[in-house]
Design a protein around this ligand. Structure first.
Ligand SMILES: Cc1cc2nc3c(=O)[nH]c(=O)nc-3n(C[C@H](O)[C@H](O)[C@H](O)COP(=O)(O)O)c2cc1C
Length: 145
């Protein structure tokens, strides 16, 4: 199973979280590619069984949370390359993520609410709960492969 982990990070926390996600998937036997959205070959998405895409949380800290414009533009440009069931989002934040999930979904033209496929972290460390969500996500995509 091929997994692509993509991230947009400003100070490195989202990149670190993406690395932890990639390492976990690799430990589960997946063929993993990890890359920043700025140096990514979109064609690779066509060969990916699952895609995990993440961005840091922007806003006014207590309200108006949204993904960064660069991540939104990138996501819109690749939305047609990926089946929505294959996608999981992640973010890092300091106070709250607010409407991050719905805005990330909107950027990729997702039609269904699948909030269980959303990871968020203040620390960039993968928790047991995150691992369980990843296990369920991998398993559900294996069944439909
Ligand atoms: C301009 C700016 C706005 C931010 N807005 C929020 C916010 O609305 N809510 C929040 O919880 N964290 C907010 N943060 C904190 C970042 O989302 C957090 O530090 C994140 O982990 C940074 O990820 P990075 O190291 O990958 O850039 C903001 C940070 C900056 C610089």
């Amino acid at each position: 199973m091929k997994a692509t982990v993509l991230y947009y990070s400003h100070t490195g926390r989202t990149a670190a979280y993406a690395r932890e996600i990639a390492m976990y998937l690799w430990s589960k036997g997946l063929d993993v590619s990890l890359s920043s959205i700025s140096d990514f070959d979109k064609q690779r998405l066509l060969k990916s069984d699952i895609v995990l895409s993440g961005c840091w949380t922007c806003g006014w800290f207590v309200i108006g949370q949204h993904p960064h414009r660069k991540w939104i533009d990138f996501s819109k440009s690749v939305a047609d390359f990926i089946d929505e069931h294959k996608v999981m989002f992640f973010t890092t934040y300091k106070i709250r993520t607010g409407s991050m999930y719905s805005r990330m979904s909107r950027a990729m033209n997702m039609t269904r609410k699948r909030k269980h496929v959303f990871l968020k972290s203040k620390t960039a460390h993968l928790t047991d709960e995150d691992k369980t969500k990843l296990d369920i996500f991998i398993h559900s995509n294996m069944l439909t492969k």
